[in-house]
Design a protein around this ligand. Structure first.
Ligand SMILES: [Mg+2]
Length: 185
């Protein structure tokens, strides 16, 4: 499904936000004329992001909407970059990040769920769709996760890449060790 050579070539994973890091739901409310937007994130995706970063892989959130909730989650996770650009600008915005980091699309994966992700998925070496992705996005992907966005799909992507690299078992062992040698992630 994912061979070791390909997994080892990945140095940056881009993640769409709505529908990938979330279930696509938005909770909108208003407090005396102030708009409040809430999103529900999955806690296990957070450790997946940390484990990928520990393996030297940069994590970049690429959202087609500007949302303070996305910025807050990006800060929580300590992702390497967050791009909030109009949906039509996702590809050029991501391209600028890749170039600034001295990387190429051949070293990138991207996880998406909807039509604005298609151009990006067509360019990266490892295009991934979440289980809830629309059919066109699933067709464009090399891998379709079993989990849906907001339900651990990003954690599944992290495990797929790290297992294919052969580094997953060592990571798990750091969590099994007791005391000061244990994992700090
Ligand atoms: Mg989306």
């Amino acid at each position: 499904m994912l061979d070791q050579t390909l997994a080892c070539s990945i140095r940056l994973v881009g993640l769409d936000v709505d529908g990938v890091l979330t279930d696509g739901g938005l909770y909108l409310g208003a407090i005396v004329d102030q708009r409040v937007e809430l999103k529900r994130f999955h806690i296990q995706d957070g450790l997946g992001v940390k484990l990928l970063q520990a393996a030297g892989i940069a994590i970049v959130l690429v959202s087609g909407r500007v949302s303070p909730a996305t910025a807050a989650r990006a800060q929580d996770l300590g992702v390497d970059e967050v791009v909030q650009a109009p949906a039509t600008q996702k590809l050029p915005a991501f391209e600028r990040v890749v170039e600034r980091r001295g990387l190429s699309f051949r070293e990138c994966a991207f996880v998406g769920d909807d039509l604005p992700d298609l151009q990006l998925l067509a360019r990266v070496r490892l295009p991934i769709a979440v289980a809830n992705a629309v059919p066109e996005v699933q067709a464009a992907a090399r891998i379709v996760t079993r989990a849906a966005g907001g339900h651990g799909a990003v954690r599944e992507v992290a495990e797929l890449i790290l297992k294919a690299r052969g580094s997953w078992d060592d990571l798990v062992r750091t969590y099994q060790r007791e005391g000061e040698d244990g994992a700090t992630l």
